[in-house]
Design a protein around this ligand. Structure first.
Ligand SMILES: *[C@@H]1O[C@H](CO)[C@@H](O)[C@H](O)[C@H]1NC(C)=O
Ligand SMILES: *[C@@H]1O[C@H](CO)[C@@H](O)[C@H](O)[C@H]1NC(C)=O
Ligand SMILES: *[C@@H]1O[C@H](CO)[C@@H](O)[C@H](O)[C@H]1NC(C)=O
Ligand SMILES: [Mn+2]
Length: 336
C-alpha cells in the first residue's frame, strides 16, 4: 500500500520528539503504510536528521513563506498559524488516503485497519461528543479540498481558535451523516479519561489502541528514571496517570534518545536538538545539568517563560528539575 500513509506534524523540537516516539511506535507494530512527518522551519537540523531515519518522508512546511493561498489565509487570520500548517496534510496528493495523528499520540497496537474508513473519520471528543477530536483522523489528500478548507478558514476562522474548530466547522455533518465515520473511542483514548471513568477503562481499556496525551503536560515535559520507572516533573496530572507515560518514556529512552545522541555527535557544530536550550534562568539551566546525568528529556520542553510562570504559581517541581540539589549546584557555579 505505497499510496497510503500515516501523517504527523511537528512545529518545533519538543513536538519533534513526540513525532519520533509516535513513528517508532507505528514501526514497532509493523505498519505496512508509509510514514510522513510534516515539520515547521523551526525544527533543528539534528532533529530533522533523526526524523528522516524514522519516517519515509519529512516535508518542511512554511506557511509564512508559501506565497500562496495559505499565506493569504494566514494574513487574514494570523491567529491560525499552526492550524493552517496542519491543513497542509491535504496537499500530500501522492497518497490516496492518509491517517493524521497528533505528535502527542502513542500507538499501542497495529491500527492499519483505520485505512478501511473514509474521509473524514475521527473519534468523538469526550468534552463535546458531537464534535470530533482532530488528534486522529482519516482523510483523502486533495488540492480541491485543501483550497476549500483554506477558504472556509478565511471566511469563518475557527470556533475554538485551533484546527479542531476549523475541521469541525468544515466537516460539519460528521455528527449526523454517517456513523461509520465515528471511530471508536479506543483510537483516541485520552490518558485523562482513564481516571475520570475508571469502570469503563477496566471494561474496555485493554483494547486501547491509541493514547492521546491531551492537556498541557506532555510526556516530554516530564523526567523519567529508567531504573525505578518513576516519572517526575509532570505535576499532579502526570502523577495521576503514570502508566502510559512510562510506555512513552521506555520507547523514548530505548529507541529515540540513542539516535538523538548519535546525531548530536555527528553534527556538533549545529545548534541542535540537544544543545538548543536558551538558559536565562536558574530553572532552565537545572534542566541542562539534569539532562547530562539522567533521563530528563534532551531539550527543555517548557519555555523558560512557562517554567517561570509555574514557579510563580508555586508549582515548582521540587522532587525533580527544581530539586534542592539542582538549585544548590546552580548556586555553587555562581559562587565559584
Ligand atoms: C511547540 O509547538 C507547540 C504546538 O505548535 C506549541 O503548543 C508549543 O508551545 C511549542 N513549544 C515550544 C517550546 O515552543
Ligand atoms: C513485527 O514483525 C516482526 C518480524 O516479522 C515480528 O518478529 C514481530 O513480532 C512483529 N511485531 C508485532 C507487534 O506484531
Ligand atoms: C480525544 O480525546 C480527547 C479527550 O479525551 C478530546 O479532547 C479529543 O477531542 C479527542 N479527539 C478525538 C479525535 O476524538
Ligand atoms: Mn494532541
Amino acid at each position: 500500500m505505497a499510496d497510503q500513509a500515516f501523517v504527523t506534524l511537528a512545529t518545533n523540537d519538543s513536538y519533534a520528539q513526540g513525532a519520533m516516539v509516535l513513528g517508532k511506535s507505528l514501526r514497532n507494530h509493523n505498519t505496512s503504510k508509509k510514514m510522513v512527518a510534516l515539520i515547521g522551519p523551526m525544527v533543528s537540523e539534528p532533529c530533522q536528521s533523526v526524523l528522516k531515519r524514522i519516517f519515509d518522508e519529512v516535508k518542511v512546511v512554511d506557511v509564512l513563506d508559501s506565497g500562496d493561498t495559505a499565506n493569504l489565509a494566514l494574513m487574514m487570520r494570523p491567529e491560525l498559524g499552526v492550524s493552517l500548517t496542519k491543513l497542509h496534510c491535504w496537499t500530500l496528493t501522492h497518497y490516496s488516503k492518509c491517517v493524521f495523528m497528533d505528535a502527542d499520540t502513542l500507538v499501542l497496537s497495529n491500527i492499519d485497519e483505520l485505512f478501511d474508513r473514509e474521509e473524514l473519520s475521527a473519534a468523538p471528543d469526550p468534552g463535546w461528543p458531537d464534535c470530533f477530536n482532530s488528534g486522529v483522523f482519516v482523510f483523502r489528500p486533495s488540492l480541491e479540498t485543501y483550497g476549500r478548507l483554506l477558504q472556509h478558514c478565511t471566511e469563518h476562522g475557527s470556533f475554538d481558535g485551533g484546527d479542531q474548530g476549523v475541521l469541525n466547522g468544515f466537516f460539519s455533518d460528521w455528527a449526523t451523516a454517517d456513523i461509520s465515520k465515528h471511530l471508536p473511542f479506543i483510537y483516541n483514548l485520552s490518558s485523562i479519561a482513564i481516571y475520570t471513568y475508571l469502570p469503563a477503562f477496566k471494561q474496555y481499556g485493554g483494547n486501547a489502541k491509541v493514547i492521546h496525551f491531551l492537556g498541557s503536560t506532555k510526556p516530554w515535559s516530564c523526567t523519567f528514571d529508567p531504573s525505578t520507572k518513576q516519572i517526575s516533573g509532570g505535576g499532579q496530572e502526570a502523577a495521576a496517570r503514570p502508566c502510559f507515560l512510562v510506555d512513552w518514556w521506555t520507547l523514548y529512552a530505548s529507541a529515540v534518545e540513542p539516535m538523538l545522541q548519535e546525531q548530536s555527535e555527528e553534527q556538533p557544530l549545529l545548534s541542535g536538538c540537544v544543545e538548543s536550550q536558551q538558559s536565562d534562568s536558574v530553572t532552565t539551566e537545572t534542566v541542562q545539568e539534569e539532562s547530562s546525568s539522567s533521563h530528563a528529556p534532551l531539550l527543555p520542553t517548557m519555555s523558560s517563560e512557562e517554567r517561570k510562570e509555574q514557579w510563580e504559581q508555586g508549582q515548582a517541581d521540587y522532587m525533580g528539575l527544581d530539586s534542592f540539589d539542582n538549585i544548590k549546584r546552580k548556586l555553587d557555579t555562581f559562587l565559584k
